[in-house]
Design a protein around this ligand. Structure first.
Ligand SMILES: Cc1ncc(COP(=O)(O)O)c(C=O)c1O
Length: 374
């Protein structure tokens, strides 16, 4: 883990973040809940879940936190219109569109249907919600990443030429600002764990042995920065939902370094500082994997908590795999950050109903265990 010159307390770190403009959007702090039945079903160390699926703003998720800083930045820059984009079932776009509605900004979304999970254009899940909150939606036959980004830049230029003041999704500037919001998420986790008494044997509070979440970008980068700033001994581990066509570790390290600059934390990260696991993506982004189906079923049926097939479900599959392969201490608490994504469940209705019909959405005791990742 990267070293910082002087480590900070949670209060000091929070105070640094509080200096940046911020639009309150979230229901924060989100709860940190112990999962006794899930822990037992998986046979693991005590598993806690950080409920960032409960951040509010059109069904919650990690982009509520991101948008507190991004939309505040857009408003500071006098923007009247946001041009944004990703895949057809993008949680990011749904939550950004909702944030724009609340802030009184127009939004044009460029949605790429390049991946199997994104088509056909079923007006369901996130896409339905994009329409409901009033986004102007443009669907293109391009991939999430460089192709969608190129169209975003084009559309933003068209609006500028028409005299509009545009806030454009530009990954090189915007990502580190989004990351700042996840510094606060880790601060919340550490404060909540310190005070936690949900588990009798840990009544005096605890420190996680590791924090797991779904990220290949800002969310994880922010938590890595926070862990370094707090002088943490525990790793922050990221299960990727997608394999980007660039060096994701180096990208996340850069985002973390730049986020540090924004809040006055002098820390420099390199790719090797990022613990990223890309093997749980499976055949492709958005394609449901056996490990993910198992994770979805076990969490839902032991705790009544839902995860989605593209993001939080794959991340939870990664955590389950690490528990089963003995990568984690069997006694020490581990935290899973639930980054949301649940509206996409409704766009996967056919895949999921087939799996339920075939009984592959089963608990570990009902069927041979699925091992070896996704
Ligand atoms: C539900 C959910 N979790 C996690 C992520 C990963 O976020 P990032 O890679 O920006 O950190 C996303 C991204 O869209 C998401 O929608």
């Amino acid at each position: 883990m990267a070293q910082v010159e002087t480590t900070l307390t949670t209060d000091e770190l929070r105070e640094r973040v509080d200096r940046l403009p911020r639009l309150p959007l979230g229901h924060l702090p989100t709860p940190l809940e112990y999962l006794p039945r899930f822990t037992q079903a998986i046979g693991g160390p005590p598993v806690y879940i950080k409920r960032d699926d409960c951040t509010g703003l059109a069904f919650g998720g990690n982009k509520t936190r991101h948008n507190e800083f991004l939309i505040a930045d857009a408003l500071e820059k006098g923007a009247e219109l946001v041009v944004w984009g990703a895949g057809v079932q993008s949680n990011n776009c749904r939550q950004t569109a909702a944030a724009c509605a609340k802030a009184g900004l127009d939004i044009h979304l460029v949605l790429g249907r390049g991946k199997p999970a994104d088509g056909p254009d079923l007006v369901q899940g996130n896409l339905l919600l994009d329409h409901l909150v009033g986004a102007h939606v443009e669907i293109i036959d391009g991939q999430v990443g460089p192709e969608v980004d190129a169209r975003i830049a084009e559309v933003a230029d068209e609006y500028r030429q028409a005299g509009r003041n545009v806030y454009e999704w530009d990954r090189y500037t915007v990502k580190s600002l989004a990351a700042v919001s996840y510094v606060l998420c880790l601060v919340e986790i550490i404060e909540q764990a310190r005070e936690d008494g949900q588990l009798e044997t840990r009544a005096g509070g605890w420190t996680p042995q590791a924090v797991y979440g779904c990220s290949a970008g800002s969310t994880g980068a922010g938590m890595v920065l926070a862990a370094a700033a707090l002088g943490a001994q525990y790793p922050v581990r990221h299960v990727a939902p997608i394999v980007w066509p660039w060096d994701t570790r180096a990208d996340m390290a850069k985002i973390a370094t730049e986020a540090g600059e924004r809040i006055g934390v002098d820390a420099s990260f390199v790719g090797d500082d990022i613990e990223l696991f890309e093997e749980f993506v499976g055949p492709d982004y958005g394609v449901v994997t056996p490990g993910c189906l198992e994770a979805m079923a076990v969490l839902a049926r032991t705790e009544g908590i839902l995860v989605d097939p593209s993001y939080s479900g794959k991340a939870l599959a990664g955590l389950i795999d690490h528990i089963r392969s003995g990568r984690l201490d069997p006694e020490e608490p581990v935290v899973f950050v639930h980054t949301g994504g649940t509206p996409a469940l409704f766009a996967y209705n056919e895949v999921l109903s087939e799996q339920i019909a075939a009984r592959s959405l089963a608990m570990p005791a009902d069927q041979p265990q699925v091992t070896g990742g996704c």
